[in-house]
Design a protein around this ligand. Structure first.
Ligand code: C2E
Ligand code: CA
Ligand code: CA
Ligand code: CA
Length: 277
């Protein structure tokens, strides 16, 4: 009995050590990755519901580490956020995604948008507005083509400051989207006063509809449209879901059913193929 017990404890301790040393390892590696440019982006297409037309992309951060392999954003972004490294990393994301949009836009004859995920610390950082202004000037960008996705939980904190910052961003003509909408318990009263352009409905509401045909999804779409917002559904994985969304006023969607996040080479193929159709 005792031997097994000790063995079990050792095993648990070793596991915890491994988890802990993996975290330390990742933190060190994050600095290095930024310096040595080991981050890259994949792009997930976004489609208009009425026409099935490709209308834009969401840039998603990727990291391949030589020894640890592919590390998912859900694992390294919270660490980078704690270390304040998220600000330079995410500033790079915006610039890189904006550059890609400049390259891709001429390949099609309708306008494309590019969405990037903004971390709470980046959003609040002193330098953020300057960064956005610099990118706009440096790239001669039409900022209305750039969509900054902020999470609903961020929006719900310190609302006065957050609204002031949102207004600064809107004055630079960037578009604002509330990501993971419906999961952060927004006050509807505040929602009305936010200078946002878009709501992205979280996948949990699509899953909920699939599981129980719950009306919540339709209600949220309706809410977004009553506030005159562009409404996006994310995580569309099957035809039944898409067919149902087409019965609502939802504007656009993303999901594995049509396209997974993909490297820039694939995007070029997709865009040149579209044009030839
Ligand atoms: P998110 O912004 O909600 O992004 C959507 C996530 O859902 C992405 O995961 C995407 O690959 C995945 N997804 C898209 N369609 C489907 C689908 O049909 N089914 C399923 N099951 N999943 C789908 P990913 O790329 O692993 O990103 C996870 C999260 O990491 C993102 O959630 C976002 O919060 C964060 N993230 C990604 N890139 C960045 C970045 O550049 N900066 C910051 N701050 N966060 C990022
Ligand atoms: Ca997002
Ligand atoms: Ca989301
Ligand atoms: Ca999410």
């Amino acid at each position: 009995g005792k031997r097994i017990g000790v063995g079990t404890i050792q095993f648990v301790t070793k596991d915890m050590d491994d988890a802990f040393s993996r975290q330390i390892h990742i933190e060190k590696a994050l600095y290095q990755a930024l310096e040595e440019k080991h981050f890259y982006l994949e792009y997930q297409p976004k489609y208009e519901l009425k026409t099935d037309r490709l209308i834009g992309f969401e840039a998603l951060l990727r990291w391949h580490h030589d020894e640890l392999g592919q590390i998912p954003p859900s694992e390294f972004i919270p660490l980078a956020e704690e270390m304040a490294l998220i600000v330079p990393i995410n500033n790079w994301v915006i610039l890189e995604a904006a550059k890609q949009l400049k390259v891709w836009q001429p390949l099609v004859d309708h306008s494309l948008s590019m969405a990037v995920n903004i971390s709470p610390n980046q959003f609040r950082s002193e330098s953020f507005i300057n960064t956005l202004r610099n990118i706009k000037q440096q790239l001669h960008l039409n900022p209305t083509d750039m969509i900054l996705e902020i999470t609903e939980s961020l929006v719900m904190q310190q609302t006065e400051e957050i609204i002031a910052r949102m207004n600064q961003i809107k004055r630079l003509d960037y578009r604002l989207s509330i990501d993971d909408f419906g999961t952060g318990f927004s006050s509807l009263q505040y929602l009305k006063s936010f200078p946002v352009d878009e709501l992205k409905i979280d996948k949990v509401f699509l899953d909920d509809w699939l599981a129980s045909k719950s009306h919540l999804l339709d209600v949220i779409v309706h809410l977004g449209k009553s506030l005159n917002l562009h409404v996006v559904a994310e995580g569309v994985e099957d035809e039944e879901m898409l067919d149902h969304l087409r019965t609502t006023d939802c504007d656009s969607f993303q999901g594995f059913l049509y396209a997974k996040p993909m490297p820039p080479e694939r995007v070029i193929e997709l865009l040149t193929h579209q044009k030839n159709e």
